[in-house]
Design a protein around this ligand. Structure first.
Ligand code: CP
Ligand code: NVA
Length: 325
């Protein structure tokens, strides 16, 4: 599908959203993630001994809560030989109101990469504007690209390919996970149907950008109201929380609005017989997804969570290569 990638085109770059990558670069990153996982599964001691970034450091700034992102980035940095420096809550880099410019210009004197979880996408863009070291978006209101790399890696592991597979995304179509599925599917030539209620459609700008990319890669994107339309013959069924971080006050309204999009045993029976279920977690069991689905053999949620670590290790390895003289 693509010309083979020579060298490492990601060296020194940022990852603020998946569309920072070309289709070929996305697959290149997924290949590196799979290779990283295989190396560490084969011989973790030898892989650790070969860590390429000894003496370097990665800052992880968390302006929202995290379990998976925090631990997986800490482990990924450590496995590369780099020191992870996590700043969250009251010790967060920005908690005293220091300007983004001053904060980043200082921070990059100490660290070789900056990972940031925040609210507005414009904040990570501003950080990337000032930083000369790679900046990685570890979730904003609009995008969660690191989760997407792990998710598409998991799909490839389970299905052996991406191109042509049908993905059903049920629930909040306007959140960061819906947006990264639009981008990931468009980059990899898959078929995505988002089933959501009126008022929860994807950001129209991101949808249009994904449709333009889809036209180039052969991907297909549909938006429907009826969840059964999305589920029919789906190879991958995905959902996410209905009230994302920052939208907690709307929880009860969202439960009422999105109730018919719950992924349960009945939903999975409409999908392909060998369909898998993914959820970035944390899940709100028996809201957007039933216990039956979460705990089923076709649920790959814990592999998906594990793959955050391998995928982010691969990502740091590729991006930080720009700083090695
Ligand atoms: N999926 C994910 O990003 O989880 P955390 O919010 O726990 O980091
Ligand atoms: N959409 C969710 C994802 C959590 C990892 C949120 O933003 O809260």
């Amino acid at each position: 599908m693509f010309a083979p990638i020579e060298g490492n085109p990601l060296a020194g770059r940022d990852l603020l959203r998946l569309f920072d990558l070309t289709p070929a670069e996305f697959i290149f990153l997924l290949d590196k993630a799979a290779e990283t996982k295989a190396l560490w599964k084969k011989d973790a001691r030898a892989a650790q001994a070969a860590a390429p970034y000894t003496g370097q450091a990665v800052a992880v700034i968390l302006e929202k809560p995290s379990l998976r992102t925090r631990i997986s980035f800490e482990r990924a940095a450590f496995r590369l030989g780099a020191q992870p420096i996590v700043m969250s809550d009251t010790s967060s880099a920005f908690s005293r109101g220091e300007s983004v410019k001053d904060t980043i210009m200082v921070m990059e004197r100490y660290v070789q990469a900056i990972v940031i979880r925040s609210f507005a996408q414009s904040r990570v863009q501003e950080i990337a504007h000032w930083a000369s070291v790679p900046v990685i978006n570890a979730l904003t209101d609009d995008f969660h690209p690191c989760q997407a790399v792990a998710d598409f890696m998991t799909i490839r592991e389970c299905k052996g390919r991406l191109e042509g597979l049908k993905v059903a995304y049920l629930g909040d179509g306007a959140n960061n996970m819906a947006h990264v599925f639009l981008e990931g599917v468009a980059l990899s030539g898959m078929e995505l149907t988002i089933a959501t209620a009126a008022g929860y459609d994807p950001n129209p700008v991101y949808l249009a950008e994904a449709e333009a990319m889809a036209a180039a890669t052969g991907a297909q994107i549909r938006l429907v109201r009826d969840p059964t339309e999305a589920l029919a013959a789906a190879d991958v069924v995905v959902t996410d929380s209905w009230a994302s971080m920052g939208a907690e006050a709307e929880h009860d309204k969202r439960v009422a609005d999105l109730g018919i999009y719950q992924v349960n045993g009945e939903s999975m029976r409409l999908a392909a017989a060998d369909a898998i279920f993914l959820h970035c977690l944390p899940a709100h069991r028996n809201e957007e997804v039933s216990d039956e689905v979460m705990d089923a053999a076709y649920s790959r949620i814990y592999d998906e969570a594990e793959n955050r670590m391998h995928a982010q290790q691969a990502l740091l390895d590729l991006l930080m290569a720009g700083g090695l003289g």
